[in-house]
Design a protein around this ligand. Structure first.
Ligand code: DQA
Length: 147
């Protein structure tokens, strides 16, 4: 059975309220429900974890060494542009991952074009809103080269 972990970084708990013109009206709970349902239809298990704290996200990534996670989908949010610690954690566990952003980070401020994750990721989805997570789950479900 496929085990997928979806990680959400800081301020994504405010989706629906936070700058809806940029991030959309859909809440994080709604996104998570859709992803759990989508994975469930294929007989996969999908777990979600959100934190505003870098240390908690590093800790959750480290847990994947022991919990059977086979694929990670991560929106590192602001940590995308700052966190060597999260990058190193993903490199350490060596589980394939996709980097997702709701907004098109390439059409925004210059600092958002830099990511500490993209070169390690299988791929990056940016600018497709909440649907981007669904495409990432679809990819994960079909991904054969399991960790
Ligand atoms: C984001 C883009 C980041 O630049 C920003 O800091 C976020 C969300 C996105 O999903 O578009 O918090 O990752």
């Amino acid at each position: 059975m496929k085990n997928i972990l979806v990680l959400h970084g800081p301020n994504l708990n405010l989706l629906g309220v936070r700058e809806p013109g940029i991030y959309g009206q859909v809440t994080l709970s709604e996104i998570n429900e859709r992803l759990v349902t989508l994975a469930g239809k294929s007989g996969a298990v999908l777990e979600v974890f959100q934190s505003n704290a870098e240390a908690e996200l590093v800790g959750r990534i480290q847990q994947t060494l022991a919990d059977g996670t086979q694929f990670i989908i991560i929106n590192p949010a602001a940590f995308t542009h700052t966190s060597v610690a999260l990058r190193d954690a993903l490199a350490a566990v060596a589980i394939p991952f996709i980097e997702v952003h709701l907004s098109n980070v390439y059409s925004r401020e210059a600092f958002r074009k830099e990511s500490f994750f993209s070169d390690l990721a299988i791929g990056v989805i940016s600018g497709l809103g909440a649907t981007g997570y669904e495409f990432a789950v679809q990819f994960a479900l079909n991904h054969k080269n399991q960790a």
